[in-house]
Design a protein around this ligand. Sequence first.
Ligand code: FES
Ligand code: FE2
Length: 356
Amino acid sequence: MTTVPLRVVGPDVPRVLDDWYVLASSRELRKKPLARELYGAPIALFRDEHGRAAALVDRCPHRSVPLSGGRVEDGTLECPYHGWRFAGDGRCVRVPGLTEEPDHRTRRCASYPVREQDGWVWVWATAGDTPTREPFRFPLLDDPRYASVRQTLEMAGTVHAAAENALDVPHTAFLHRGLFRGAGKTNELEVRVRRHHDRVEAEYIGEPRPSGALGRVLAPRGGVVEHFDRFILPSITQVEYRLGESHVLATVALTPRTDRRTVMNAVVSFRLPFVPPRLAGLAGELLRPLGLSVLRQDATILARQDEAIARFGEARFVSTELDALGPTIAKLLRAAARGREAASDAIDERTFRMRV
Ligand code: FES
Ligand SMILES: [Fe+2]
């Protein structure tokens, strides 16, 4: 057994500011502005006169009042104090009572690049920047053979802690005993971990159908599962299970609301052979409470972990090879926070065995 002491989060949580994060679902953003945060920076979301999502620094240039407390008028965001109005690009388009042209360099509000796709509103983490890439695409949403369920949940902890937890196999048999794994006999699997410049993936080979309730739903007839866990910069986690015709892909876009609070924006897309496509959405709804009980157990342990880290003033993470992805996720995040241009394209791969 190898032990690797690794300081992952301390006073300095890595911030990846040149990438996209989900700040709302498309359905949440309607007539009213929304107050959001990204790495602690207040952001006001609203829809302009064309219905396009827009994101402004949530502070009126006039007297620093949060614009998200105002309302949307004619596709502009109106400050609740003196009624200055701002267009989606941050230009001041109205100052009540002012006879001269309202738009002026000093009266502009900084705006963030926005994309709306896959039912999410994505915001580039640096205001005024020109994006150098496009947001991650959630797979399978347009495939008629698949149904999808969405869930948003806020948890204590960093993006690293949330991503590691979402992709960590050994805790499932312990923390989620009976719900997910750990109700049957143990098996030995081979795990292949591949790291690329912007992602890391673990493939589990020889994994029998997970025991417990979720396993029975995934694969009623048992068999060997194809299982991949992935982390993709800046904050995407993906868990993929395939068994014959059954296929489940759980993708989560993590959003650092602050350095130490993370919002999970999850889409679970699935195809289950024994469920006709028109009932698949219903099956998803029936499974939601089970998924939520698993997530609540995770949220509780992450909150305890974060409290302990805060109390000690540092994180102490000692890993073994069973911590298949966590240390690499930390490295990817730290490297990306420094700037991604220098990252090499080389793939490195390692293999180990695990008993689950
Ligand atoms: S503070 Fe916003 S209009 Fe005065
Ligand atoms: Fe978990």
